[in-house]
Write a new protein. Structure first.
Length: 218
């Protein structure tokens, strides 16, 4: 069932999923997490990492390496770097290691670096910002495999992530089946509306009251 859900989710975009979550009264869309390397959509089950200020502490492992080693092919790593310190929560060698493991991509709520390396190898990095400043001596890994904060959303391991050029959307595992079903219904309706617009129907008619009802809350 998980594989089937991922296949179905991968055929949707973040807007359809966000609309479905609105329709169901769920929160999950986080704006401002831009594709910094490649622009293809990423979809997968989530592995989480939370970072914090070093405050003189020395890390025993480099940040995010535990998550990479634990991840399954197709997973998405989600990194919380909300310290306010300009220091990268992801870098080039991590991208290489994650790609070698078959990880679908990374989403960093904070800065990432070595973007040119990620571009060269085609590894998807979504991040709040970019920097050249190293994590060393500035931030360390606080937790792996625990809930993290991304924007206003609490993201847990095993949840589902979809990120594209519009935003990143996080769907709780318990909600994913109904969210995907609702998003598919919305996408099908919008595809029919797009066809009507291409066929020359007046755009005011195409995007009339039915459209507003389509996206209304239940």
């Amino acid at each position: 069932m998980t594989g089937n859900l991922l296949d179905r989710l991968s055929r949707l975009d973040s807007c359809a999923v966000s609309d479905a979550m609105d329709r169901l009264g769920l929160a999950g869309a986080a704006s401002g997490l831009e594709p910094r390397s490649v622009t293809r959509r990423i979809v997968g089950r989530i592995r989480t990492v939370r970072l914090g200020p070093a405050m003189g502490r020395t890390a025993t492992r480099h940040l995010c390496t535990t998550a990479i080693e634990a991840a399954e092919p197709g997973d998405v790593i989600v990194v919380e770097q909300r310290t306010g310190i300009e220091a990268a929560g992801w870098g080039g060698i991590l991208s290489i290691g994650a790609q070698a493991k078959g990880i679908a991509g990374v989403i960093v709520d904070g800065p990432a670096r070595d973007i040119d390396e990620a571009v060269e190898i085609g590894f998807p990095v979504f991040a709040r910002s970019v920097t050249a400043r190293t994590a060393r001596g500035r931030i360390i890994e606080i937790a792996t495999g625990e809930p993290v904060q991304v924007g206003d959303i609490v993201v847990s391991p095993g949840d589902y992530a979809l990120a594209d050029r519009s935003c990143a959307v996080f769907v709780k595992a318990v909600d994913v089946e109904r969210v995907v079903a609702e998003a598919e219904r919305i996408a099908a309706r919008e595809a029919a509306m797009a066809k009507a617009a291409r066929d020359g129907q007046p755009i005011g008619t195409v995007m009339g009251a039915d459209y507003e009802r389509l996206l209304g809350h239940r």
